[in-house]
Design a protein around this ligand. Sequence first.
Ligand SMILES: Cc1ncc(COP(=O)(O)O)c(C=O)c1O
Length: 338
Amino acid sequence: MTAPTPDGARVRRVPLAHLPTPLEPGDRLGAALGLRPGTLWVKRDDCTGLAGGGNKARKLEYLCAEALDQGCDTLVTGGGRQSNHVRMTAAAANRLGLACTVVLASDPGLRPTGNVVLDHLLGAELVWGGDLDYYGTEAAIDAACERLRGEGRHPYGMPVGGASITGALAYVAAAAELEAQLREAVGTGAAARAVVVVADGSGGTHAGLVAGLGDHGRVLGVDVGTRPDLLEQVPAKAAAVAEAAGLPVPGGGCQIDGDRFGDGYGAPTHACREALDLAARLEGLVLDPVYTGKAMAGLVAAAREHRLDVSAPVVFLHTGGMPALFASRYASWITQRP
Ligand SMILES: Cc1ncc(COP(=O)(O)O)c(C=O)c1O
């Protein structure tokens, strides 16, 4: 199966995600933030369906197609202990009859919780890498590929977050899907000015969206503390993805909120907790403590500090991540009200 890029080139993809994902109004949350009805929208990429869903299902459609094209027999990737990309890669491998090896930048711990339960259930080979940083995890993914090659296997290595150009191309298509939904919902003029707020882990989703929407001003990324160099990586990746899709290099300046991750990746913050509560209690929308809670905290802060152009739609991209809510680390934080 192939997907069209705007210049008519075809990029092969294997269907893994439930698409298109819904675009839903978020008026009750919007009102709490002083936004007029019809301003706040939620793009439900948490509903992509692959083993619990999330943004990585879209990227995996393109990444897995490339793996199959290259005759690979094993998907290899890695991430933090509660990585959603790892969980969904393990699921994609099973759907396609491939093996899967994942590096987790953590130790086995006493018992699995959250995404790690699902990693076990899905049966991926888990490589516990210990306390690795972003580039340490990338190196461990390369080392796992090397080992598998030595064992006569044909691994397909994916970077953390599936953030290669191939993976990010999925969000060029997602941008087109979103724009079509917005045109229907708010009309062509407003749709063309909508701003998307998204959690930045590897930055691949942000880069793909910018490439598809054509301007950095259309995407506000909220750094969740995964990688140290988003401000260089996102614009470079957006330009490379646009070129691969046959699109012009996006204009404008890259927008990243670097003030929401607190003490680091996965660290609880008051603003994240407030964002989880607002979304849950006003919209019945479940966010997660690592990515989407912090992204929503970024949206809340931008609205309260009048940094959003509220004459245009504001779209919160819900990228999934719910299993992390069930990680032992967050149990008392969630149950004790602030
Ligand atoms: C739930 C969730 N949201 C957002 C992201 C960030 O996506 P990206 O790595 O493309 O920046 C991730 C990545 O792991 C994720 O799991």
